[in-house]
Ligand binder design. Sequence first.
Ligand code: ATR
Length: 290
Amino acid sequence: MSDPESTDQRPPLAGVVGWPVAHSKSPLIFAHWFAEAGIVGSYQRLAVRPEEFGPALRALPKAGFRGVNVTIPHKLAALELADEVSAAARAIGAANTICFDGDGRIFAENTDGYGFTENLREGAPAWNPSAGPALVLGAGGAARAVIHALLEAGAPTIRLANRTGHKADALAAHFGRRVEPVDWAARGAATGGAATIVNTTSLGMTGKPPLELPLDDAPATALVTDIVYVPLETPLLAAARVRGLATVDGLGMLLHQARPGFRAWFGADPAVTPALRRAALEEPVLERRS
Ligand code: ATR
């Protein structure tokens, strides 16, 4: 008989840590990829209270975990607990993907920006982020990942508009001179010349008011995207489509951000396929992110 205690005998193990964690789409995404790649792996929901997060994270390698995704409210604590932090996680100020090495050392990564960029590259292959400034609406946690991704992708400047202006000012100060705060009231004019227009606010989500953004000044080459994916076509994306602009919905960001974890823990590069998109949309409870 095999020894159940032996690490070698156990299927590779990962999971998602949150509080609450029931809403997380990550188990569905990983289950889809296990089935597709024929990998016998395990990906578990781990409900961990904030006060227990540190001890729990340190115990996971001993329990056989190769790594975990972390979601609300642990994204900042994960960064602080890590032995090593990636440049992206440092710039974004939060971690969503944790890897353990053989000695149980904790490496913190943030793949939200990666997911954002991969989604646009796949959904709009002609997208050229360096062709002009980007306009980002919103200055919350999601905006930090999007701004980092746009800077890395070569956006010359980023115009940042947020209802609460001082939050845009603070983010601009964090990211440096390529990020320019613009008044919320001036957001329509700020579409002028933009290569990329991104909604990172919760506006447009089912049950919330739409994001009012006049697109008359946006160039015909602008790409418009939304990180809200419930509904898949937000009022902003519908208006952009009617105006003839390229659009990419936000579901792919959620799906692509999970790929680096799967690669690291299970050794295969999974794809974001129409079947995975359908599976994610069939889930009864959909939220804006992992
Ligand atoms: P997340 O981590 O998802 O980005 P968040 O940090 O709560 O969430 O940020 C939500 C974003 O949506 C913020 O930019 C917020 O603007 P404020 O900073 O002014 O609160 C934006 N937002 C939410 N409701 C809004 C509304 N009714 N009008 C304009 N912006 C709104």
